[in-house]
Design a protein around this ligand. Structure first.
Ligand code: GAP
Length: 468
């Protein structure tokens, strides 16, 4: 049974140390979330899997870590200063401000809402009898464009010259470094650059836990190619499938909860010739999980050439007369949203034979925050010592993340490990220390499997080999 509601996941995340409300001791800051110790481990693992899959395991890819603050001309060139806006409507009664398209989505669907023009929004809100979520009135203003970039000032003078934006996507860091990467890394087309980092958007309607926040993290790829030599439609399909397989085979998300969604022509961003999202079936409906691929053509590099005055072309090393501005495919993933989907997908409630309900996070072991928990059956000194010896052995001889828990009954400790998705628990008992043969032979421990609940007895000597 999947998570019955977002609330049950939010509560588990807080209770077990995955996600805490931001600035909580000061009454919070709306829609900000801090990753607790387990959330930080899990998100790091998702990012490591992504980096391994798309950067380390491919000869045609390299990584980058560009600055968040960039020259403001970057955002003029990319079109964000003039185009990166959502339709804002205001309730005339309570002055609440909302995204017009999001208010309409439940009535007219995502696609139809996304292509509505600004001057159609007020009429549509009235026709669909959309009420203000805050006060219940139906008195809307005309929609206007609201730019979502966060502004700040660099240095000590707060004037227009010092204006900088917090980057709203990581992608532009890749475009502005294109030439340096080609020159230093001797990359040949087709090749890609991957980057993981924070992005910031002053969203009008954040919400649904970590689904839509104003500070989030992206994992983006710009894959550069020569359209005369590479068939863009084939490349487009390839990146769609790579995204699907990353989410399902690598991260373990159930394909039944995923679907592709091609953007309608009117919905495409100003730079895109084709965009396909992968959507996840969230408790609040289908929603964009990631951009599987967007064909951005040569728009960005051309714009940067125009605005910076620097040449952005690539010269074919085998044919120096062939110079071009490469085209680009962009797969764009949000690590926070993917973590949310992976948690929802893993959340399972099982009825046990004794009538109790067990909550278990069936996370793929590769992204579970803890690999192994070592649990001494009691707090008796020689038993704890033996368990600590085993802990040291496992952390020294493997790269596994190991938890060591002595607090509470063994049943409660198993329940905690199930709820955080620990794939294996090792119990050190009186058999292990040679004090009770009925529990097991001396120098053996019990390994318990999270999903099947099967327990087996393994000798301490062989444990590292087994865990590896
Ligand atoms: N460079 C292209 C780009 O940024 P996008 O569809 O706006 O495309 C890509 O964003 C991904 O970033 C989304 O699919 C989502 O996973 C994540 N994302 C975007 N806005 C977000 C937000 N406000 N909160 C959390 N994740 C977000």
């Amino acid at each position: 049974m999947p998570a019955p509601s977002l609330d049950s996941l939010v509560s588990l995340c807080k209770r077990r140390g995955f996600v805490f409300p931001g600035s909580e001791i000061y009454g919070g800051l709306a829609n900000t979330w801090d990753l607790g110790p387990l959330g930080a481990e899990m998100k790091n693992r998702i990012k490591q899997q992504w980096w391994k899959t798309f950067v380390h395991k491919r000869l045609d890819m390299v990584g980058l870590d560009a600055a968040i603050l960039m020259n403001k001309k970057v955002w003029e060139a990319s079109g964000h200063v003039s185009n990166f806006a959502d339709p804002l409507v205001e309730c005339r009664h309570c002055h609440g401000r909302f995204r017009g398209d999001k208010l309409l989505e439940p009535k007219i669907g995502t696609e139809a809402a996304a292509i509505l023009k600004l001057d159609q929004m007020k009429e549509m809100l009235a026709a669909e009898k959309i009420v203000c979520p805050t006060c219940g009135e139906k008195n809307w203003t005309e929609a206007k464009k609201f730019n979502m970039m966060f502004k700040t000032n660099q240095g000590v003078v707060e004037d227009e010259a010092a204006l900088v934006y917090l980057r709203p996507e990581t992608a532009q860091g890749i475009f502005v470094n294109f030439k340096s990467i080609v020159d230093t890394m001797r990359m040949r087309l087709p090749f890609g650059v991957g980057q993981i980092g924070k992005a910031f958007r002053n969203e009008i309607t954040p919400g649904n836990f970590t689904f839509r926040t104003r500070e989030f993290e992206q994992m983006e790829i710009e894959y550069f190619f020569d359209p005369e030599k590479t068939d863009w439609k084939k490349l487009y399909e390839e990146w769609k499938n790579l995204g699907w397989s990353f989410l399902t085979a690598t991260l373990g998300i159930d394909p039944k909860n995923l679907r592709f969604r091609d953007h309608e022509k009117d919905e495409l961003s100003h730079y895109s010739k084709g965009t396909t999202d992968i959507e996840y079936h969230f408790p609040f409906g289908w929603g964009e999980l990631c951009g599987a691929v967007a064909y951005r053509t040569d728009f960005d590099l051309k714009q940067h050439e125009k605005f910076s005055g620097q040449e952005m072309s690539y010269t074919d090393p085998d044919d120096p007369k062939h110079k071009l501005i490469p085209h680009v495919m962009e797969p764009s993933y949000g690590s926070d949203r993917i973590m949310l989907a992976a948690l929802l997908d893993a959340y399972t409630e099982e009825k046990l034979e004794n009538g109790e309900t067990r909550v278990v996070m069936k996370l793929k072991p590769e992204i579970a925050p803890v690999d192994i928990a070592i649990l001494p059956l009691s707090k008796k000194e020689n038993l704890i010592n033996k368990a600590q010896e085993l802990y040291k052995k496992v952390v020294q001889e493997t790269d596994l993340v190991v938890d060591f828990d002595v607090t509470g009954s063994i049943g409660k400790r198993y329940r905690r490990q199930d709820e955080i998705g620990t794939p294996k628990c090792i119990t050190v008992d009186f058999g292990t220390i040679g004090e009770d043969e009925k529990q097991g032979a001396k120098d053996t421990v019990t390994i318990r499997d999270r999903d099947s609940l099967k327990q087996e007895r393994v000798s301490v000597e062989k444990i590292v080999g087994r865990l590896k």
